[in-house]
Design a protein around this ligand. Structure first.
Ligand code: CP
Length: 329
């Protein structure tokens, strides 16, 4: 097959305020808004060019590059899409067992210093965000990508933004209502969405709010007048919104709280009655996996408004773009 499209724009290295000097993607905040916009444009280009296979302009972007996949928690979408992305960019990955690579055998710093001698970087799903920084800071050139931590899920936010851009075109002035736990997904969504000029409304039960520091971060990176607003009442948050987003009531690692959470979060279920408060053409998002009948009903998940599998698909394209931005020389 012949390439019919021009090569995507020259990759930019994300900058951001991180002391890791742009070599890592631990947070959406490691991107400037211009980096996010560039990443989404590159994502759209690699999505368009995927049918070209080996003729795609990025098919050798990671040639000769090894990347470690280090997952301390279960994953379907993130792991699968990183594996496919690395292969389709011409790279290779290693997949050491999590209990060996991130376990108790040796310090995280020594894991990083060893891995750095063999591979260019790591895609890491772990617990505390500080573990990602510890790993990256112990090394000199190692690139680390956050594939979900307790605090943030920046790769999910890239796919969410691409999905919303596909749905809306220019996203400036639109609004997304996140209903439920003010968790890692909500945090990264808020940080990314405001960079694109999207207003973010978050409705959570008392005790499950977004972390307090998110307001200041969002205010610092917001563009085009986008704002973050917090709510208790889910209907108030959803009223007139262009998109409604939810996630499981009990995130990974919080299983002991599941019964209490089911009771507290019940009024926050995204069902047809709640969606009726949104704009008439509002879409529904979920990072998946979903617990149907808890945070969302089948009727919403399977409705024409639902773009949840577009989000899942876009994990692949956005992560390919991210890998090109971080790893291509
Ligand atoms: N959304 C998401 O991160 O899915 P996985 O947990 O399956 O990777």
């Amino acid at each position: 097959m012949t390439a019919h499209h021009p090569a995507p724009a020259t990759p930019r290295t994300p900058r951001g305020a991180s002391s890791l000097e742009g070599r890592c993607f631990l947070s959406v905040l490691d991107f400037e808004p211009a980096d996010l916009e560039h990443g989404l444009a590159l994502s759209a280009a690699v999505k368009r060019d995927r049918p070209l296979g080996k003729e795609a302009p990025t098919s050798a972007a990671l040639q000769g590059t090894y990347i470690a996949l280090l997952f301390e928690k279960p994953s379907l979408r993130t792991r699968s899409t990183f594996e496919i992305a690395i292969r389709e960019l011409g790279g290779n990955y290693i997949d050491p067992a999590a209990d060996v690579a991130l376990g108790k055998r040796e310090s995280l710093a020594d894991v990083g210093r060893s891995l750095e001698r063999w591979v260019a970087g790591a895609v890491v799903r772990t617990y505390e965000q500080s573990r990602l920084r510890d790993l990256a800071l112990a090394t000199t050139s190692f690139r680390v990508i956050n594939a979900l931590s307790n605090e943030e899920h920046p790769c999910q936010a890239l796919a969410d933004c691409l999905t919303l851009q596909e749905r809306w075109g220019d996203p400036r002035g639109r609004s997304v209502a996140f209903v439920g736990d003010g968790n890692n997904v909500a945090t990264s969504l808020a940080q990314a969405a405001v960079m694109l000029g999207i207003h973010v409304r978050v409705a959570s039960p008392d005790g499950f709010d977004l972390a307090p520091e998110v307001d200041a971060d969002v205010a610092r990176v917001a563009r085009h007048g986008a704002e973050l607003t917090r709510f208790r009442d889910p209907a108030a948050a959803v009223r007139g919104a262009d998109a409604v987003y939810t996630d499981v009531w009990t995130s990974m690692g919080r299983e002991a709280e599941a019964a209490v959470r089911r009771r507290l979060f019940a009024p926050y279920q995204v069902n047809d009655a709640l969606m009726a408060h949104a704009a008439p053409d509002a879409c529904f998002l979920h990072c998946l996996p979903a617990h149907r009948g808890e945070e969302v009903t089948d009727s919403v998940m399977d409705s024409p408004a639902s773009v949840v599998f577009d989000q899942a698909e876009n994990r692949l394209h956005t992560q390919k773009a991210l890998l090109v931005m971080l790893f291509e020389d």
